[in-house]
Ligand binder design. Sequence first.
Ligand SMILES: *[C@@H]1O[C@H](CO)[C@@H](O)[C@H](O)[C@H]1NC(C)=O
Ligand SMILES: *[C@@H]1O[C@H](CO)[C@@H](O)[C@H](O)[C@H]1NC(C)=O
Ligand SMILES: *[C@@H]1O[C@H](CO)[C@@H](O)[C@H](O)[C@H]1NC(C)=O
Length: 244
Amino acid sequence: MRAVGGAKVLLLVVLVGWEKSWSLNWNPVPRKTVRYQDVLDSMARFTVPGVFNYSMLTLSDHERVLYVGARETLFALDPNDISRQLRPQIDWPAPQDKKRECVAKGKNNQTECFNYIRFLQSYNHTHLYTCGTYAFQPKCTYVNADYFTLNAAALEDGKGKCPYDPAKGHTGLIVDKELYSATLNNFLGTEPVILRNLGQQHYSMKSEYLPAWLNGHAPKYDTLPPVSTPVSFRAFAGSPCADT
Ligand SMILES: *[C@@H]1O[C@H](CO)[C@@H](O)[C@H](O)[C@H]1NC(C)=O
Ligand SMILES: *[C@@H]1O[C@H](CO)[C@@H](O)[C@H](O)[C@H]1NC(C)=O
Ligand SMILES: *[C@@H]1O[C@H](CO)[C@@H](O)[C@H](O)[C@H]1NC(C)=O
């Protein structure tokens, strides 16, 4: 995959098998460490009873809203005071029938068969794009940023944009209304892919089947900020190291 479209982005996908990463001389020790106890009193905190896994954080382009994707819920918070919700939360649960199917396929009704928000990014001036695992049937949709509403009836297939399994690594980036993602493309989580995937045009471009170098043990995906053109994916899975 080279120079895709006119997109100006360097998407660095880092797949790190941790043991291997040591041999690559990566130093995973944070440069600055602050003990939780030391900041506990001065820290603004946000949590809503019954909502878990606040794992997606996205600052709006104008930096006036911090969007948060949690388990089955999206929030719009004030970045200067995250305890303040700017809009009522969006509840986006996976429907009961999807949850039943998920359980029937052997997944856990306490930890896995929920809609974990795994993607949440600005799409255009008025909308965000979000994806969730949707009880192991990933789905995506647009969020109206002004009203902070989501049309749960108009969902798009999230395959290739979001993992099925909430515990699996994933990364994605929207550039020029195209969604570049690195995820696991199937229910079993055995098919790692890099995809170019779109909202409106509904087309996707898939990399070659890449298990040889994407299948590190416990692969971990990460995104770094856009740097330059062209689109570039880099994968480290011990050796070999591949650029595409
Ligand atoms: C989850 O599954 C267990 C065992 O299959 C069942 O006993 C329990 O009632 C289920 N819980 C919910 C919330 O559905
Ligand atoms: C942003 O995208 C959404 C979804 O495709 C569309 O409905 C909306 O009109 C777009 N807004 C602008 C300003 O283009
Ligand atoms: C959700 O959060 C719980 C506890 O906060 C954690 O044990 C669990 O691993 C998380 N699940 C996912 C899929 O992130």
